[in-house]
Design a protein around this ligand. Structure first.
Ligand SMILES: [Zn+2]
Length: 144
């Protein structure tokens, strides 16, 4: 485990939300589900720029992305996928990963629209119900 830097891993749900745990990167269910399966891909180390990553971190990034997309595809069969590296609030290197859907989906008893489609995702909206988050985590955590 990396030493604690800022509290970003906890802010985005901590271990309870985590479904991919690599040496350098982790992936967690995004606490606000702007779209079905919205995730956060976080570097364990505190870095503030995409530049300056080590070779091992870059290789780990590729592996985490492959694994994440495989799981999202298998669980939710998304239409497109968006990676947003904003870091306007939290400087710690992370990506918001938003599966995109042309049509509203139903999953775990909830309706999951993609109100921004086909434009950029609307990050202000999204499900925050703990039952919805747990259902997504379970779907992504048990997909193989
Ligand atoms: Zn940090």
């Amino acid at each position: 485990m990396a030493a604690a830097c800022c509290d970003i891993l906890e802010k985005f749900g901590g271990e309870e939300a985590r479904f991919i745990s690599g040496d350098h990167w982790v992936v967690q269910v995004r606490p606000k589900q702007a779209t079905l399966g919205a995730s956060v891909l976080l570097l364990r180390r505190h870095a503030t720029s995409l530049a300056g990553l080590s070779e091992a971190e870059l290789i780990g990034f590729g592996r985490a992305v492959d694994e994440l997309e495989r799981r999202l595809r298998s669980a939710f069969d998304y239409d497109k996928i968006n990676y947003l590296m904003l870091m306007m609030v939290d400087p710690h290197l992370h990506f918001h990963v938003l599966p995109r859907y042309a049509k509203t989906r139903s999953f775990a008893g909830f309706e999951w629209p993609d109100p921004g489609w086909p434009k950029p995702p609307d990050l202000q909206r999204g499900l925050e119900d703990p039952r919805a988050l747990e259902a997504v985590r379970r779907a992504l955590g048990t997909t193989s």
